[in-house]
Design a protein around this ligand. Structure first.
Ligand SMILES: Nc1ncnc2c1ncn2[C@@H]1O[C@H](COP(=O)(O)OP(=O)(O)OP(=O)(O)O)[C@@H](O)[C@H]1O
Ligand SMILES: CC(=O)N[C@H]1[C@@H]2OC[C@@H](O2)[C@@H](O)[C@@H]1O[C@H](C)C(=O)O
Length: 381
């Protein structure tokens, strides 16, 4: 079955689309990556999304308009990719997260992804699975991260314990103990690129959106006392299961960082080096604090895997554990999340649960996603 997976993540840097060919059944799957592309949002729509993600109030009428605009943009991404590929039989669309509230004591979590699947199904004529997180949340889980179950199918090793570290807007890890040993673990490690991107946009007066290859931060010096101070904050000390988003590591957090950095009279490069160190150190400390043992290998994915300076800092902290990209194993580091939602859609279509309670904290396995079937009347020959 040809399945198209779509996601736009917390960086809101574009819609990742992956077309995969899935064969096999139940858990014994073969997933072949056919093609992928990333389609940027129209700039006005991206600005609207970022404002909502930063907590700008939204009326229900504005919410409806935004949901429609995102769904239409996702549908357009499907149709654009299909101009140069075979048509998909099924779509798995994560949509765009605009709000995420982790569960707290007796309060359930809540996670809102816009770009409703029923409109994508109608516009594309392809059965669409969407809204993947709410089933796990209803079962008491965080609804995130969901990618670990795919990491387990694609990257688990018979002899080596592995960590798969996504560095998107937010960072999240999957711990894959070697086959047939301890349970799979996973959690959000904290900021990936969100704070870095906000800082680059600030210091470049909006002329740059991210620190390509980490070249700017590499010319600076991190303020280690501040990084150590920030790592004492509740989120970094909280044991898994845990998830986060721009609600914590977004605009307000960046403003607090800027205020706390002020007395040190740092250069722009020093500030970027400090934020890069926060990302690297938060990953390192979470592995040391919450894993049963450090892994034998660390594989990076997500846009931050292209940040050479960040990769250098991670390799320095983790030496002698090798740190490399999933792309070096043939799994495209930029499209792994989109591939995940293609497979999750496939499992939903088969009626197979897609969450890992050992990761999200849900009380049970649940079916992930809502199926929006396209009705094609039987044409009597
Ligand atoms: N060459 C590069 N050098 C440095 N950073 C890069 C490079 N390419 C991408 N990035 C960073 O990666 C970010 C996008 O990563 P990605 O697409 O994985 O995020 P996302 O999927 O939206 O986030 P999340 O996984 O949290 O949902 C960019 O905003 C940028 O900060
Ligand atoms: C609510 C939400 O969209 N969370 C994202 C975010 O981006 C990275 C990290 O936080 C991860 O937990 C999750 O997405 C990936 C695809 C996941 O669910 O595995």
């Amino acid at each position: 079955m040809r399945v198209m997976g779509l996601i736009s993540g917390t960086s809101v840097d574009g819609i990742d689309v992956a077309l995969v060919e899935i064969t096999g059944c139940q858990r014994d799957l073969t997933v072949e990556f056919v093609t992928g592309a990333t389609y940027p949002y129209p700039s006005e729509l991206r600005s609207q999304i970022l404002q909502v993600c930063s907590g700008t109030p939204l009326s229900l009428a504005e919410l409806a308009q935004l949901d429609d605009a995102i769904a239409r943009t996702f549908a357009q991404a499907v149709m654009t990719l299909q101009q140069s590929s075979q048509p998909a039989d099924l779509i798995g669309s994560h949509g765009q997260t605009v709000f995420h509230r982790p569960p707290q004591s007796t309060q359930l979590g809540y996670s809102l992804q816009l770009g409703r699947g029923e409109l994508i199904a109608h516009l594309t004529g392809i059965t669409t699975v969407s809204n993947f997180r709410v089933g796990d949340i209803a079962a008491g889980g965080h609804g995130a991260p969901l990618v670990p179950i795919l990491d387990a199918y694609l990257l688990r090793h018979p002899q080596y314990h592995r960590c798969i570290q996504n560095i998107g807007g937010i960072g999240n890890v999957t711990y894959l103990p070697k086959l047939n040993s301890t349970p799979i673990l996973g959690w959000d490690t904290g900021p990936g690129n969100t704070l870095l991107d906000l800082a680059v946009q600030y210091f470049s007066q909006g002329t740059q959106s991210y620190d390509k290859d980490g070249a700017w931060a590499a010319t600076g010096t991190p303020c280690l006392p501040l990084v150590e101070q920030w790592l004492q904050q509740d989120f970094f000390q909280q044991p898994p299961p845990k998830s986060t988003g721009r609600e914590l590591f977004g605009w307000d957090y960046w403003q607090r960082c800027l205020t706390e950095l002020e007395p040190y009279k740092l250069s722009a490069a020093d500030v970027l080096a400090t934020l890069t160190e926060l990302t690297a150190a938060s990953i390192y400390h979470s592995y040391c604090q919450f894993l049963p043992q450090l892994p034998d290998e660390i594989l990076l994915c997500g846009g931050g895997s292209h940040n050479r300076y960040l990769k250098y800092r991670l390799q320095t902290l983790f030496n002698p554990i090798p740190v490399f990209s999933t792309s070096e194993l043939g799994l495209n580091a930029d499209f792994k999340e989109a591939i995940t939602f293609a497979v999750l859609a496939y499992w939903r279509w088969l009626g197979i649960p897609g969450n890992l309670p050992s990761v999200t904290g849900a009380v049970s396995e649940v079916l992930l996603g809502e199926i929006h079937t396209v009705f094609t009347p039987n044409v009597i020959p």
